[in-house]
Design a protein around this ligand. Structure first.
Ligand SMILES: Nc1ncnc2c1ncn2[C@@H]1O[C@H](COP(=O)(O)OP(=O)(O)O)[C@@H](O)[C@H]1O
Ligand SMILES: N[C@@H](CC(=O)OP(=O)(O)O)C(=O)O
Length: 463
């Protein structure tokens, strides 16, 4: 089989875990062609983000020295635990030194300029994965498995220049195939590719959005016509909801592409929202597996799944969003819609959910908290009968997902009466004709409680 295996940040959080991942790859390497994709060590992308912002807003060369020392220690410790062969170890340590030297120079540049563009932020964030891939590859080598590490651009992942949310270009499938296939078929090695990052046509580093390593894996799988994608995570698979919110959440053994896409679009951190696009067309199954419980079956995401009696299959929660409200009297709805979405797209605002009152007096749009002020600015001077553009902050969106909801009467009624009984106020509601999903907004304060109530209402907990 040809398998693309991706290890998330929690799976490679230290040297011991990296060695464990290398041993897992080794176990499946016999008789299979494997491409490995890795995320940054847990917490590193967040630390890079924090460091970049600090250098821009509150410059201090002392901070940079300290930060680089911490990053050096973290990655050196990982090498010492994950790589047992001295020669391989010394090669990977010198690679790490070079990368950290480069990172220090970039941070000093931000410090002096006091300017952090989306392009330079992507460059800084790329260091997490660029530091981890050589360590995992060296760990494989030191366990006796031939391997080499590649950065996203070397692996052929080409995106547009939408820094922070790079969109893979159609050409990328051809470039990935031409770069990686010979490594599998001729060189018979295991490439370890940095997740999360790509390059523009001009060679500038981009990122695919937070959590984007899942997308790197599925892009590579689609380009190589892989048999399966295995996403190794710290959970047993897709559960009925985030087990961090409801510890009794139950494993879902099979879920359709469409259901999984709805869940990830509406915040389930188990999967990057765009990760399934590349593999759906080719019907490549995606398995979610637990790095720390590798013998468990996990979840298979595929086109057709056996039917279950569950009406609602899973619940997701997105926190840290806000609502933009556009109100007016007698506006021409089609014109206003066209204008609103054009402006939001130009500002690259991520639209999560939309709802419209039937009297055509109100349009409500849920956007990321980070995008809300840009959205208000972009829409501030709307004309054509608009009387106000306002925002509601500290919102959470909950989504109930399941193919069984289609054609089953009374699902929405059960959702809203259960919430009503617990005195949770619903701010906005949306359901499309696919009937796979009912989504609604509540205050951030009520978000987790609403998920727990609905998890009970639909009997989703482990029996
Ligand atoms: N429905 C869900 N099922 C399973 N995990 C979920 C779900 N929703 C959110 N999560 C969260 O997604 C995370 C996925 O595991 P993680 O190892 O962090 O993935 P990765 O590092 O690949 O992004 C878990 O920590 C879990 O809390
Ligand atoms: N390291 C990146 C990309 C990624 O996919 O990470 P993870 O697999 O740990 O979600 C991030 O933190 O966003």
């Amino acid at each position: 089989m040809r398998i693309v295996m991706k290890f998330g940040g929690a799976s490679v959080k230290d040297g011991k875990n990296i060695l464990h991942c290398a041993n897992l790859v080794k176990k499946f390497a016999r008789g299979n062609e494997i491409v490995v994709v890795t995320s940054a060590m847990y917490g590193v992308t967040d630390s890079l983000l924090h460091a970049a912002k600090k250098c821009c807003n509150d410059p201090s060369p002392g901070f940079i020295k300290l930060f680089i020392a911490e990053m050096t220690k973290k990655h050196y410790d990982a090498v010492n635990e994950a790589v047992k062969n001295e020669e391989i170890k010394s090669k990977v340590l010198s690679r790490i030194d070079k990368l950290l030297d480069e990172l220090e120079k970039v941070l000093l540049g931000i410090n002096y300029l006091g300017e952090l563009t989306p392009r330079s932020l992507d460059y800084i964030l790329s260091f997490g994965e660029r530091l981890t891939a050589p360590i995992l590859s060296a760990s494989l080598l030191s366990t006796g498995v031939d391997s080499l590490s590649l950065e996203g651009g070397d692996a052929g992942i080409i995106t547009d220049d939408n820094y922070g949310r790079g969109k893979p270009l159609p050409d990328t499938y051809g470039t990935i195939k031409s770069r990686i296939e010979p490594l599998l078929t001729i060189k018979k090695t295991i490439p370890v590719v940095t997740g999360f990052i790509g390059v523009t046509k001009h060679g500038t580093i981009t990122t695919l959005g937070r959590g984007g390593s899942d997308l790197s894996a599925t892009l590579i799988a689609a380009a190589l016509n892989a048999d399966e994608v295995w996403l190794w995570k710290e959970v047993d698979g897709v559960m009925t909801t985030d087990p961090k919110i409801v510890p009794e959440a139950r494993l879902i053994p099979e879920i359709s592409y469409q259901e999984a896409m709805e869940l990830s679009h509406f915040g389930a951190k188990i999967l990057h929202p765009r990760a399934l696009e590349p593999v759906m067309k080719k019907r490549i199954p995606v398995r979610i597996k637990n790095t720390f419980n590798p013998d468990a079956e996990g979840t298979v995401i595929k086109e057709r799944v056996s039917s279950t009696k569950d009406i609602v299959k899973a619940l997701s929660l997105i926190e840290k969003v806000g609502v933009v409200n556009i109100s007016g009297a007698g506006f021409d709805f089609a014109d206003v819609m066209a204008d609103v979405f054009k402006r939001l797209s130009e500002e690259r605002v991520n639209v999560i959910m939309v709802s419209q009152s039937s009297s055509e007096l109100n349009l409500s749009i849920v956007v990321d908290e980070a995008d809300i002020d840009r959205a208000i600015k972009a829409l501030g001077d709307l004309v054509n009968g608009i009387s106000s553009v306002s925002k509601i902050e500290n919102i959470a969106v909950i989504s109930a997902v399941g193919a069984g909801m289609a054609g089953t009467p009374g699902v929405a009624g059960r959702i809203f009466s259960a919430l009503g009984k617990s005195r949770i106020n619903v701010i906005m509601i949306s359901q499309s004709c696919s009937e796979f999903n009912v989504s609604f907004a509540v205050t951030q304060e009520d978000g987790k409680r609403a998920v727990k109530i609905l998890h009970d209402e639909f009997g989703l907990a482990r029996k």
